[in-house]
Ligand binder design. Structure first.
Ligand code: GDG
Length: 458
């Protein structure tokens, strides 16, 4: 029988609607499976104690720890979000390599390992999430932890070429090899990770697909994350989304929903919508773009810049195309409740999902789940979202090509009902079958298999 499930992620859910893909997925996972969730509390205190606070979650326990102002800066805003995030999103040019941030990142991981180690049991299955904790398994091993440790990388695996720009590149493989299972979103990511190991001294890909490095042996596999599709359908049906909007009866709705992040391609999306409006035939029904883009990591410079650029583009497009009764881009820079979001997806004619680089992109799946199968909207999806590996029936676009995206909008808004239904049916089949419960189960089953195999070897 499997031991306890231990989850580690940067944040445990705080008050209000969970608004990051990771938090939503993990909350759903622990709610179904029970267990303990370790993560930061969100409180920044002058002299944090080396101990956890205990909170009870929705069917599970949460153990939280505080960060100091220096840790928040060096570990979270610095190394995790200004080095590893851009590195993994093909933006090595945006890496802010400040001396000292890595040391703080490393020390937070060591501190957490020290605090966790006495609470762990050898038969626990520890599931660590995301780039905030790449060295955590190595730190836990140094504390003597022998339990099975899995990791899931929610964001893309970095290109080998970009990794060369990371000062800690020589540590990266060792961090990975301290896990027993290194989970990635897509086959494309697995290929990138294997490429890194192919060029590495001392590393070998074994016949069963696992990797050996020095005295460690571990697996790299893809587990495309899903959503709680059934729950999403209920939320989408709870309100009439159009009644929330002050829209003309024949006005068409294009929707975008993203944390305001440079990886999401928002400025190009707005420009493509502007190009679409330029080419529009005057007596066609109007289409408006509703973009919900809650703020994120506002203390990082690159995020301030994207906000300024986006507001400039929205102002320009609206200035050119608005009239007294119509504003074509409605840009909301705060979070909306999840059920409102679901109802808005359902009311939309087009889901416009155009990241430059994305691990998976849950919005694409939420949009599909929320549609009315009898009269579904059309998904436009970037070829660089991980979701594209499972969502080939969307209209696939290149987010760098403004003209192509404008053309896709025209095609989506003119698409006949039978084609919309065919595409939606194919997409929905995948979204409902490969939902978050399937993702969790597949990952945990793989961890269980690995721990059984390891036990048989000892
Ligand atoms: C990371 C990876 C990967 C957004 N605005 C509101 C709101 N949201 C919710 C969406 C969706 C989630 O946030 C965003 O998830 P994504 O997957 O699109 O993107 P990231 O936040 O970057 O997530 C990503 C994911 O982890 C999971 O592995 O897919 O590639 O980057 O659920 O609905 N929710 C509410 N109000 C908002 O205003 N309630």
């Amino acid at each position: 029988m499997m031991g306890r499930l231990i989850v580690v992620s940067n944040r445990v859910p705080s008050d209000g609607p969970p608004s990051g893909g990771l938090v939503v997925a993990l909350h759903d996972c622990l709610k179904h499976n029970g267990g303990v969730w370790f993560g930061t509390s969100g409180d920044i205190v002058e002299d944090p104690e080396d101990s956890f606070a205990e909170l009870s979650g929705d069917g599970y326990k949460m153990r939280t720890f505080d960060l100091s102002p220096a840790e928040q800066q060096g570990y979270y805003l610095g190394y995790a979000n200004s080095v590893l995030w851009p590195l993994c999103h093909r933006r090595a040019d945006l890496m802010a390599l400040n001396a000292g941030d890595y040391d703080v990142y490393d020390s937070v991981n060591r501190r957490l390992a020290r605090m966790m180690a006495p609470e762990l049991r050898p038969d626990d299955h520890i599931w660590i999430h995301d780039y905030h904790f790449l060295p955590l398994a190595a730190c836990l091993r140094a504390e003597g932890v022998t339990a099975t440790i899995g990791y899931f990388h929610h964001i893309p695996f970095p290109a080998t070429h970009d990794l060369m720009a990371l000062p800690q590149r020589d540590l990266f493989a060792g961090w990975m090899a301290s896990f027993d299972l290194f989970g990635l979103q897509t086959q494309r990511d697995v290929a990138a990770a294997l490429e890194m190991f192919r060029g590495l001294n001392g590393a070998e890909q074994l016949r069963d697909g696992s990797i050996s490095l020095n005295d460690r042996r571990f697996e790299i596999r893809s587990f495309p994350i899903g959503i709680d599709a059934d729950a999403f359908v209920k939320e989408a049906q709870s309100t009439d989304g159009r009644s929330l909007l002050n829209f003309a009866p024949d006005e068409r709705l294009v929707i975008g929903v993203d944390r305001l992040d440079y990886s999401k391609g928002l400025d190009n999306r707005f420009r493509a919508f502007g190009r679409f409006l330029e080419n529009r035939i005057v007596d066609e029904p109007r289409a408006s773009l509703l973009q919900i883009a809650p703020p994120t990591r506002e203390d990082v410079d690159a995020y301030q810049q994207i906000r300024d650029a986006l507001e400039g583009t929205a102002g320009k497009v609206n200035g050119e195309h608005s009239d007294l009764g119509w504003t074509p881009i409605r840009y909301i820079h705060h979070a909306v409740p999840r059920d409102t979001l679901a109802a808005l997806y359902r009311a939309a004619d087009v889901g416009f999902v155009t990241p430059f680089c994305d691990g998976m992109n849950l919005v694409a799946k939420e949009f599909v789940a929320a549609q009315d199968p009898a009269d579904p909207g059309v998904l436009i999806l970037s070829q660089f979202a991980g979701a594209v590996e499972q969502m080939a029936s969307a209209l696939i676009v290149n987010p760098y090509d403004i003209g192509e995206m404008a053309q896709a909008l025209k095609q989506a808004l003119a698409m006949p009902l039978h084609e919309r239904q065919d595409r939606h049916e194919a997409l929905a089949r995948g979204v409902f079958r490969n939902d978050v419960a399937h993702w969790t189960q597949t990952y945990l089953d793989t961890m269980a298999r690995i721990s059984t195999e390891r036990a048989a070897l000892t």
